[in-house]
Design a protein around this ligand. Structure first.
Ligand code: NAG
Ligand code: NAG
Ligand code: NAG
Ligand code: NAG
Ligand code: NAG
Length: 637
């Protein structure tokens, strides 16, 4: 940098005459991710100032016929920023840079001019017009990048096979989202009628789509992960992150489905994503009115018709403040199901790292809260992990657990509960098939479960004497994933390979049951931390088990979680073919994804509720089934 007083001098009196060529903004932006002039000194770069912040400003040059070439550009120069006003026509000289934040090697780079040494004011008060998205230019739907080849598109495994900026192929903005937003980098755009897709992040940034074609639109107004017409998962490149307003005004705190006032701002890339930085913060103009609906079916008195709830209750310990809210969800929204699969039950001392591994007090606190709310008394069980061996918050010893209503079902007796390292095995007794131990962990010493919660399998008996099986899972989390808008293509799906191996272990276990009875009733459910669109992870399990969702919930309404711009199902319930054939009902209850603030949620996941026939003998008994379904449908909630 040259000293400020010299800069001022040059600015006021000197027309810098160097050897650098005169170039346009579109020459600098070029037709690829990287500027063809990166690292070079340029001069007479002319444009109208469209926006500014403390560190620099953005200029609009003369547009090109070629839509790949952005006519907007970031100028990084805190000192020059103090000397320009929006509407000034300036001509400047400096260096073309591809900026990437330190310690963010997976970020794409931002084309900018830095080391500005000359700036001439040519005129003031010039007009400029934003590009209206959805009118002048429309984001593509479907894919983020041509580099996301593979059956599962951006979710394909293996991933990180190419680095986008090393390949640096010509942009295809009509087809691929990253190419589209790159082709607008530095430009001023308007997003008409933006719809928020999630809660803001901790910096106040939030995702929207505007008035243009989208995929996976759910009833609430969010965008759900779905497959496109070629059976490739949609990556929702039509959504864009909204960052901090350039004038310092504060963004509102929207949520999924909230409609905002029009946003005009500049397209930039920061923190691993394309953003629009609004000139001024938008406001919320309307919010979805509906409240989450409770399950549409009550529990049944039929011994064979079992309701199963599944809920990741987010780091619950005996003193957790959210226990009463979770109990209310179980009571009012899930109608106190016959069996509850829960995940993230911490030990009795919570995150205190003191060697305690029992969770009896945590589970008793939950069961007591449900009893206070509903009068229903639950029994519960979990298998204590070895201390600090199953991941999660250190000292918390989270595990999966079951709660159940003993008047409806009970654990098949005979073998007793297993310990942390004992594997549940299928066995026979005079009542039929059973598990030893029961409940027992699924192949807990398999390396696939390293630093992860082990699944808990159980053999159950109905009051009519029939047996069925459940597996409650909490697969390894997606920590260490890379940004879907980063350099690694396809993006890194953190621990995806571990989850694939974990699905294989569960599939082997389920197969050991089905090998004894091909018509066994088996339910595997929980937090799989993975989308079914990542088919490579679920392949082995999906050969044996089926999602009742597919028959009863439209694809865009299948979600239990919202991350980035995507409403997504990462909690699933899979059933064996015998259960599916008897007819199953399933609903995702949006008590948390429909909250009005992230802080008012009881958990980051929505619970799921299903009603399943678990007795083989009932299969033929159409009268009983019809009757029970009829009763269910008459209860209006
Ligand atoms: C992707 O792979 C490259 C090596 O080709 C590696 O340097 C980089 O760290 C990987 N990126 C991520 C996000 O893991
Ligand atoms: C939002 O933008 C659209 C498209 O430019 C325009 O038709 C509409 O009038 C704008 N709405 C408001 C409230 O300014
Ligand atoms: C937890 O409860 C189970 C049975 O409900 C019991 O066997 C076990 O000893 C209890 N653990 C502790 C540490 O109290
Ligand atoms: C679990 O039980 C088995 C068999 O009783 C025993 O050998 C093993 O040491 C126990 N493991 C733990 C972690 O208590
Ligand atoms: C499994 O169920 C099917 C359909 O009801 C039946 O045809 C078949 O005989 C059953 N198989 C066994 C081994 O029970």
């Amino acid at each position: 940098m040259i000293p400020p007083h010299l800069f001022l001098l040059t600015l006021c009196f000197v027309q810098y005459i160097g050897k650098a060529p005169a170039v346009s903004v579109t020459d600098i932006q070029g037709t690829r991710f990287q500027s063809p002039l990166a690292g070079q000194n340029v001069q007479d770069v002319t444009g109208v100032v469209t926006a500014k912040d403390k560190y620099g400003f953005w200029i609009a040059g003369v547009p090109s016929e070629d839509i790949r070439e952005s006519s907007g550009l970031r100028v990084y120069s805190p000192s020059a920023a103090r000397k320009v006003a929006v509407g000034d026509l300036v001509s400047l000289a400096g260096r073309v840079a591809e900026y990437r934040a330190k310690n963010s090697p997976n970020d794409l780079t931002l084309t900018e001019i830095d080391l500005v040494h000359t700036m001439n004011h040519l005129s003031q008060g010039n007009d400029f017009f934003p590009i209206v998205l959805g009118v002048d230019r429309t984001p593509p739907i479907g894919k983020l990048s041509s580099a996301d080849a593979g059956l599962d598109g951006w979710l394909s495994l293996p991933n990180n096979l190419t680095l986008l900026q090393e390949a640096d192929t010509p942009l295809q903005p009509d087809q691929y989202g990253l190419d589209f937003w790159e082709s607008l980098e530095g430009q001023l755009v308007t997003i008409p009628n933006p719809v928020s897709l999630n809660f803001p992040d901790r910096f106040g940034s939030f995702w929207v789509h505007g008035d243009w074609a989208v995929t996976g639109k759910n009833e609430r107004g969010g965008l759900t992960l779905t497959f496109d017409e070629n059976d490739v998962p949609n990556a929702h490149p039509e959504a864009i992150f909204i960052g901090r307003a350039l004038d310092g005004s504060r963004n509102p705190k929207p949520f999924m489905g909230a409609i905002l006032s029009n946003i005009t701002g500049v397209v930039t890339y920061q923190y691993g994503y394309y953003y629009v930085l609004p000139l001024t913060a938008p406001s919320i103009v309307s919010s979805p009115e509906a409240s989450p609906l409770p399950a549409s079916f009550p529990t049944s008195t039929d011994a064979c018709l079992i309701t199963i709830g599944d809920y990741n209750v987010e780091n619950m310990s005996p003193r957790s403040h959210h226990i009463p809210t979770i109990a209310k969800h179980i009571t009012d929204f899930l109608h106190t199901p016959d069996i509850l699969f829960v995940q993230e039950i911490q030990d009795d001392s919570g995150i205190r790292n003191d060697g305690v591994v029992s969770a009896n007090r945590t589970l008793a606190a939950l069961a007591n809260a449900v009893q206070r709310a509903s009068g229903v008394k639950y029994e519960f069980v979990s298998v204590d992990p070895e201390d600090n061996m199953d991941g999660g918050q250190p000292g918390g010893n989270i595990r999966v657990a079951y709660l159940w209503r003993p008047e409806k079902v009970f654990l098949a007796t005979g073998y007793g509960r297993g310990n942390a390292t004992q594997a549940a095995e299928i066995t026979h007794d005079k009542g039929g098939l059973n598990l030893s131990p029961n409940p027992g962990r699924v192949n807990p010493t398999n390396l696939a479960w390293d630093e992860t919660r082990k699944p808990l399998a159980a053999a159950w008996q109905t009051t009519s004497g029939e047996r069925f099986f459940t597996v409650n899972v909490h697969f390894r989390s997606k920590r260490d994933s890379s940004s879907p808008q980063g350099n690694a293509r396809p993006p890194v799906n953190g621990h995806g390979e571990e989850r694939r191996l974990q699905a294989n272990v569960v599939a082997d276990f389920v197969e050991s049951i089905l090998a004894q009875d091909v018509n066994a009733s088996v339910v595997a459910a929980g937090d799989f931390n993975e989308f079914v669109q990542t088919r490579s992870v679920f392949a082995s399990l999906q050969e044996l088990l089926f999602e009742p969702d597919v028959n009863v919930i439209p694809p865009e309404e299948r979600y239990t979680y919202v991350y980035d711009q995507n409403a997504q199902a990462i909690d699933h319930m899979f059933v064996s073919s015998a259960v599916l054939a008897r007819g199953a009902t399933i609903e995702h209850v949006h008590v948390n994804t429909w909250a009005s603030t992230a802080g008012s949620r009881a958990s980051d996941h929505d619970p799921t509720i299903a009603q399943l026939w678990v007795c083989d003998s009932r299969e033929a008994d159409d009268d009983a089934r019809a009757l029970s379904m009829d009763v269910a449908s008459q209860i209006v909630l």
